[in-house]
Every structure is written in structure tokens, then in C-alpha cells.
Design a protein around this ligand. Structure first.
Ligand code: ATP
Length: 288
């Protein structure tokens, strides 16, 4: 089976600065690194590291070949990543000595994914495959409609949160991922708690408290591992990728969530995102 991911591909430019710049200020950085990023990328890498066959649907600009190559190195099928004229999405991240940051995101090619790429990809899909989406690209309603019509199972991670965008795909979802803040925002927008949403499976992640699955048999809580967090960036995306890879292999939901909790716990113990997502062997051998 395949996990199809309509997802963002970002270049994260991280600048170390002596302090965060103020209005009108010009500042020299003391260091700069470039990382592969974006929620879509992180989820593709996580699901591939968990052993799933993953096919990424997205777009990069003429400057994005390296990002596609990196995804390939992680075993992700990149045939359905278009190269468009618009530049690859860039995140400009300024980090001060205390670790405080400022981020400017230029969405670029993530907002130019050609609809035909999506259609071509999904004609290769098989009944029972998963499609996952987040909120950093275009085409989510089109993808959800097409995929559910074709008998795929559809998952959506509602981040960055936008109530209207969640509601636009809700009827097609088999699985919705929310963090605790997003769950509250969605409840405020719809007047409906996660348990009562018209989606068969809703998972609410709760940071160090683990995650709760609201499924057909009522809520099931899976506890997080007790670890010392140093950087939670990418933990949620890793959790999502691992859950989908587990389900794709036929695991029961609670077991897939247990595996995902361990992968995410490893992520919060380290700095970085896509490049430090643990593989299945590391996750299976880790004991907190
Ligand atoms: P992100 O920081 O990546 O945006 P998120 O807000 O999407 O994360 P969280 O609910 O904070 O999602 O965390 C996702 C998962 O990561 C949790 O369900 C848990 O498995 C793991 N996790 C997060 N924080 C901790 C922690 N302090 N200790 C152990 N596991 C954690």
C-alpha cells in the first residue's frame, strides 16, 4: 500500500542573530544553516522512516532540486513533485542566543501545485491507500473529494489551523489530527467537541500527556513517554507520519499511536526536524 501525501516542501533558512531585529534595523547574522522543512516534508520523511511506501505530491521551484533529492534519499517517491516557475517555499527563521525566534514564511511553489499533478498521482492510487494532507498547500478540497471517491482513506492534519479549511474537507475525512490548541479552536468555530465531529477517527495530541483517539468505540488515551524535552519542533508531524505508516501496515490504531508516541518522544529530545526523524529500528529499540 502507499501513503500519498499532498504536502509542503520548504527550505528552512536559519540565521543565528545577536538579537531579534527591530523595525528598520539591519543586522548581520553570526551563522546560517539550510534545512529541509515543511509539515508535508516532515510527514513524508516520518512515514518513510517508519517503513511505509510514501509518494509525495507537491511542487518546488527551479531552486528546489536539492529538496527533492533529499526526499529521495529518505526513500520517498518524488515522481509527483512538480517543478514550477515560482521559487520553492522559504522559511526565514531568525534565532537569538536565548532560542527565541521570528519566522517569515514565503509559501512560493507550495501554492502553485498544478492540479494535474494531483490527478495523475491519484490515478496510480489503490483502494485502501491513505492520502494525508496538511494546511500548507493548495488543493486540499479537490484532493479529499477525488481520493474519497476513489476509495482512498483520507487523513488531515489541521495545521497551521484555519477553521474554514478544516470544515471544507471534514465530510471526506477518515482521520483528523488536531493538537490540543487546534481541538479547542475547532470546537469554538463549530460548537462541536472532537468526540462529536462527523469524522470516524479524531486524534488529539496533547504534548507531554500523549494523545487521545476518539474512534467508533469511544475515547482511548495513549500516554506519552517520560522524557526531557529540548525542542518539540516536528514532534507532531513525526507522530502523524508514524500513525499513518502503522495503519498502512494494518496495525490497530492504539498500537500505531504507541509507536508514534515513541517516535515523537525521540524527536522532542533533539534539535531539528526532517533530518533527525528516527527510523523504525531506533523507535522499536528505544526505552525511556
Ligand atoms: P509541534 O511542536 O511539532 O507543533 P504539535 O503541537 O503538533 O507539535 P503536540 O501535541 O505538542 O503536537 O505533540 C505531538 C506528540 O509529540 C505528542 O502526542 C507526544 O507523542 C509527543 N510529545 C510532545 N511533547 C512531548 C513531551 N514533552 N514528552 C514526550 N512526548 C512528547
Amino acid at each position: 500500500m502507499t501513503v500519498w501525501n499532498l504536502g509542503s516542501i520548504n527550505a528552512d533558512f536559519i540565521y543565528q542573530v545577536p538579537h531579534l531585529p527591530g523595525p528598520g534595523e539591519t543586522l548581520s547574522s553570526t551563522d546560517r544553516q539550510v534545512f529541509l522543512g515543511g509539515k508535508g516534508t516532515n510527514m513524508s520523511v516520518a512515514a518513510a522512516q517508519a517503513g511505509a511506501h510514501v509518494s509525495h505530491i507537491g511542487a518546488v521551484g527551479p531552486d528546489g532540486r536539492w529538496a527533492v533529492d533529499r526526499l529521495m534519499e529518505y526513500g520517498v517517491d518524488t515522481r509527483h513533485i512538480a517543478q514550477v516557475e515560482t521559487e520553492t517555499c522559504q522559511a526565514m527563521i531568525f534565532v537569538d542566543p536565548d532560542g527565541e525566534n521570528m519566522i517569515v514564511l514565503h509559501p512560493g511553489a507550495n501554492m502553485k501545485i498544478p492540479p494535474e499533478i494531483l490527478e495523475q498521482a491519484l490515478t496510480r492510487a489503490e483502494t485502501g491507500d491513505w492520502l494525508v494532507m496538511q494546511n500548507e498547500t493548495i488543493l486540499q478540497p479537490e484532493a479529499a473529494t477525488l481520493a474519497s471517491k476513489m476509495g482512498l482513506k483520507v487523513a488531515y492534519a489541521a495545521a497551521p489551523f484555519d477553521a474554514e479549511k478544516v470544515q471544507a474537507v471534514l465530510d471526506h475525512l477518515d482521520l483528523l489530527f488536531l493538537n490540543a490548541v487546534e481541538a479547542q479552536q475547532l470546537e469554538e468555530a463549530t460548537g462541536t467537541s472532537p468526540a462529536k465531529l462527523p469524522v470516524e477517527n479524531v486524534i488529539v495530541t496533547q504534548g507531554g500527556d500523549g494523545a487521545t483517539w476518539f474512534g467508533p468505540d469511544g475515547p482511548v488515551h495513549v500516554a506519552a513517554l517520560q522524557v526531557e524535552p529540548v525542542d518539540t519542533t516536528g514532534a507532531g508531524d513525526t507522530f502523524t507520519g508514524y500513525v499513518l505508516a502503522g495503519l498502512d501496515r494494518g496495525m490497530p490504531m492504539a498500537q500505531a499511536m504507541g509507536l508514534a508516541n515513541t517516535a515523537a518522544a525521540l524527536m522532542v529530545m533533539r534539535h531539528g526536524t526532517a533530518d533527525v526523524i528516527p527510523d523504525l529500528a531506533e523507535v522499536q529499540s528505544f526505552r525511556a
